[in-house]
Design a protein around this ligand. Structure first.
Ligand SMILES: [Zn+2]
Length: 280
């Protein structure tokens, strides 16, 4: 799953997007080279001829931006052309593929009685925070890890100039985590995410014992993530921690909707930390 974006039941691989974009660039006479799913110099040169794509963006972001521009060109709603693969863009991409294959845009969803099957994301009930339940559900510490491709870039809290586009997490929390972050992007937008430091990443997988204890930390399974630890230090309470402020209510609601637990909200310490395990 390292190069796939997952949302609900849809899985769109980056390679698929690149091949699609290369074919469309070639259709426009822009000479992207063979549609091989690899972003080589010809593809980059072709993308640079398309107006509306920022030259400073990473190649993969340019590909997504080009697809968003194609959607716009065909009157398919995709939101702002930002090169980020949120659910709106994924949905628009599928319509665009349908259009190029059949010449028609699929009918909008109708919620009538015949078609009243609502597809909700499959929500996981996370296990209780005790070793036995955790191992039964997730396996041994440090196992069953996968990479999550982030819907927006994160920055290492200990080296803020270092941007990351993915990190390791447990495969059983991957889809839920991706839905959370996608909703965060939809709700706050890139600018607010930066302002609120929701993209300052303090770590996920780390096999270690809890501070001052003998039990394994939830990070040992790759099911806990820390954000902005500088402004949300372990022993700080809601008077001091930035994540306790009202601006973050929706951030926490999005996590809690998916069953994640904020130690800050539940216990008023370690406000940096969110985990996919329920408290006893
Ligand atoms: Zn933590």
């Amino acid at each position: 799953m390292s190069t796939s974006f997952t949302f609900n039941k849809t899985i769109i691989g980056m390679k698929e997007l690149i091949i699609f974009a290369q074919k469309q660039l070639n259709n426009k006479g822009l000479n992207a080279g063979s549609a091989d799913g690899l972003i080589g110099s010809k593809t980059i040169a072709a993308l640079s001829k398309v107006s509306g794509i920022e030259i400073t963006w990473e190649p993969e972001r340019k590909i997504i931006a080009f697809i968003q521009l194609l959607c716009k060109e065909n009157s398919i709603e995709t939101g702002v052309v930002d090169g980020l693969l949120g659910p709106k863009t994924q949905d628009a991409y599928e319509k665009l593929v349908h259009l190029t294959e059949t010449g028609k845009i699929p009918e909008p969803w109708r919620n009538d009685t015949e078609n009243a099957v609502v597809s909700l994301p499959e929500k996981t009930i996370f296990p209780l925070q005790n070793y036995k339940d955790l191992v039964a559900f997730y396996g041994e510490v440090g196992t069953n890890q996968t990479k999550i491709q982030l819907p927006y870039p994160n920055y290492l809290s200990w080296e803020l100039s270092k941007k990351i586009s993915s990190f390791s997490c447990h495969e059983k929390v991957h889809d839920s985590l991706f839905r959370v972050l996608t909703r965060v992007l939809e709700h706050y937008g890139q600018e607010e995410i930066s302002r609120l430091k929701l993209d300052v990443w303090g770590g996920c997988l780390s096999v270690r014992q809890m501070r001052g204890g003998t039990d394994y930390s939830m990070h040992s399974w790759g099911i806990a993530i820390d954000y902005d630890p500088v402004n949300n230090q372990l022993k700080w309470n809601k008077e001091k921690a930035s994540f306790a402020k009202p601006d973050y209510n929706e951030w926490w609601k999005i996590w809690e909707d998916e069953g994640w637990v904020s130690l800050g909200r539940a216990k008023n310490y370690d406000w940096m930390h969110v985990q996919a395990a329920r408290l006893k």
